[in-house]
Design a protein around this ligand. Structure first.
Ligand code: ATP
Length: 135
């Protein structure tokens, strides 16, 4: 039985992972999905959230992602993301400010408020703070 699966995670400006892993847990738009070796082929849209993988050493890695696509094949998972940050890269002050702006828009919407957009900004900032704080 296969014990690992190839995992590639690429953002518009860099490659964050390109290695064998035990599993990848992906925040798909429709909910969380886990890709294990020999997974049935699938393509899904990514939502906003935390993607995590377990390296062959057993170490777990977390990344905040927003938007993109995932392709799962029996021996390879490929994730193309709009944005990706490792925990140590997250600027918590910036995320706190983004959270406050989004909260303000959602609590006091006016005719120009794009509620859907504000909800996505809120979700991005919230998950950035959660992962940066190792919660
Ligand atoms: P902001 O309003 O602070 O720009 P945002 O959620 O609108 O936040 P995005 O459009 O998701 O930002 O991201 C734009 C770029 O900035 C991406 O490269 C993303 O990785 C990076 N980025 C956004 N917020 C942070 C953060 N708090 N710390 C580090 N990088 C961030």
């Amino acid at each position: 039985m296969s014990e690992s699966i190839a995992f590639a995670l690429v953002s518009p400006d860099r490659s964050l992972f390109d290695e064998q892993v035990q599993e990848v847990t992906i925040p798909a738009e429709t909910g969380e999905m886990q890709a294990l070796p020999l997974h049935t082929p699938t393509i899904a849209k990514l939502g906003v959230g935390e993607l995590s993988c377990t390296l062959t050493s057993g170490v777990r890695k977390r990344v905040v992602v927003s938007g993109g696509f995932v392709e799962v094949l029996p021996e390879k998972v490929t994730v193309l993301v709009r944005t990706a940050e490792l925990p140590e890269e997250i600027d918590t002050k910036r995320a706190e400010e983004a959270l406050k702006r989004a909260e303000k828009m959602l609590l006091h919407p006016d005719d120009d408020t794009d509620v859907q957009r504000a909800m996505l900004a809120f979700a991005r900032a919230s998950v950035r703070l959660k992962v940066a704080r190792h919660l």
